[in-house]
Ligand binder design. Sequence first.
Ligand SMILES: [Zn+2]
Ligand SMILES: [Zn+2]
Length: 271
Amino acid sequence: MRFASIGSGSDGNGTLIANGCEGTVLLDCGFSTRETLARLADRGLTAADLAGILVTHEHSDHLKGVARLANRFRLPVYSSWGSFSSRLSGELDEKLLQVIEPGTGFQLAGMRIEPVPVPHDAREPCQYVFATADARLGVLTDAGSINRRMLTSYQNCDALMLECNHDLRMLAEGPYPAQLKRRVGGALGHLNNGQAAELLRQVGHSALQHLIVTHISRTNNTPELAVQALLDSQACVADIIQVADQRRGLDWCEIRPRNKAAPAGQLALEF
Ligand SMILES: [Zn+2]
Ligand SMILES: [Zn+2]
């Protein structure tokens, strides 16, 4: 299994998960069709290479480009009913809709995909864990707090794409209006660096191969603060951390089959 980001942050998100010749899925599409096609091309793909689009929730940085891309290239869209009825209804050709139930796994592109319900201010939001016989990838953004269910679902990942949205102090002292500060920092908002570090402390393990910092706020965080918080958790080593940013995303990262994985500290990144 390998994965990449075509962009990460409040201006647009998209994650690619590829399972060899079995297929590639796009998780969220927060860009215009034109922008998405250009960003897919940067990762060596066209829309015709996609087996489907998965949706986390209806906020526009995740959903803006889904219906148009799906309609144009006849791609199936996997979405909770809540996300669909909030924003996709009337835009997406309903023949392409595959309704998923957060908490109930399904198969796509040879992967077992688990939609994990998360606390976020959307109608029926979920995040995802992708598993094959020898690789497990967790993607977790847009969650305001951590619950037991999430800790269970994100155990034993070989790679983790983890939201480090804001630094608590930068948010408190920053320019956002008070109401927006409360929303971002609230239990249905976004994970701050400390929460991400705590989650990592509880689910991280020595065989984690890739830890990707995602959904960083440009106003209320810096990549350096986010990475430092993760390192302070003492649940990972610096070599495995990369940052997916808004402009370029993140190039392909390969997950080595578990039985061939080198110790985390000795990994060289493969692109
Ligand atoms: Zn978002
Ligand atoms: Zn959101």
